[in-house]
Design a protein around this ligand. Sequence first.
Ligand code: THU
Ligand code: ZN
Length: 296
Amino acid sequence: MQNRFIDSITQLPKPVATALIPLLNEDFCGHIDASQLATLVKASDMTEEALLLSLLPIAAALAKPSISEFYVGAIAKGESGDIYMGANFELASEALFHTVHAEQSAISHAWLNGEQKIVDIVVNFSPCGHCRQFINELVSGIDIKIHLPGQQPQLLAHYLPYAFGPKDLQVTKPLLSKSNIEFSLNSDDPMIIEAVDQAGLSYAPYTKNFAAVVIETKDGRTYCGRYAENAAFNPSMMPMQMALSNLIRHDRDYSDINRVVLIESSAGKVSLVNATMDTLQAVAAVELEHIVVDPS
Ligand code: THU
Ligand code: ZN
């Protein structure tokens, strides 16, 4: 079992802990598939909702809140039946805007695994305004059920009345909708190929700057992040933030970072290069490889 779960596992009901421990191997990043979830529900003798609430200490253990030391854990349940944990991270000594919230981490975790709809979000603290706005960008966002300890589940519509969202800006294919932008680029570098593919899956309806970041660690593994814009602009999630959140969910250190590639579209109204370099220099002494590609 990974060291980061040693304390949180003791907070779980005993049958849940016993059934979960075999999953918490060195590769565990918070993804539990539908059949593993069914096994956990059975072993726990709880409702699925109660089980998910009981798993929140494990999600919160994925956090890296270097400034606040406030551990937030979230679980997004996809339409496939799989669940995806996420947690907050903050960059030590850096501006607070680099922070990724637990809900954003869980939602991006689901999206990177191909989910096209999220049905439930379970979280250990009430979602902040920024997260409510981020959730409202999703396919059927307003109908997502939010579950909190000690509260009746409520739709996002309850937490975000009079919502402003993509429809106000005439965007009809919200975040998580299936879409794939093709780019013309000839490269035989697997990391660049992966980044181009991920940029094609990014969500940039407001700037058309389809973009992605891939981080490679010294052992050759890669962790990607896609750009996810938001109708209210500021709650947008930068691809570098999403990639770092992915790296942290996998229990990797910043000191493991070897290469970082940012791909973005030549047709975008903005560039993320300065924002990405700013975040990168805070975590690793690695030069950003920046490639601008033409949509084909
Ligand atoms: N936080 C979340 O992760 N989700 C919320 O909706 C509430 C706040 C995090 C952000 C920051 O890392 C810490 O909690 C303190 O605000
Ligand atoms: Zn939040």
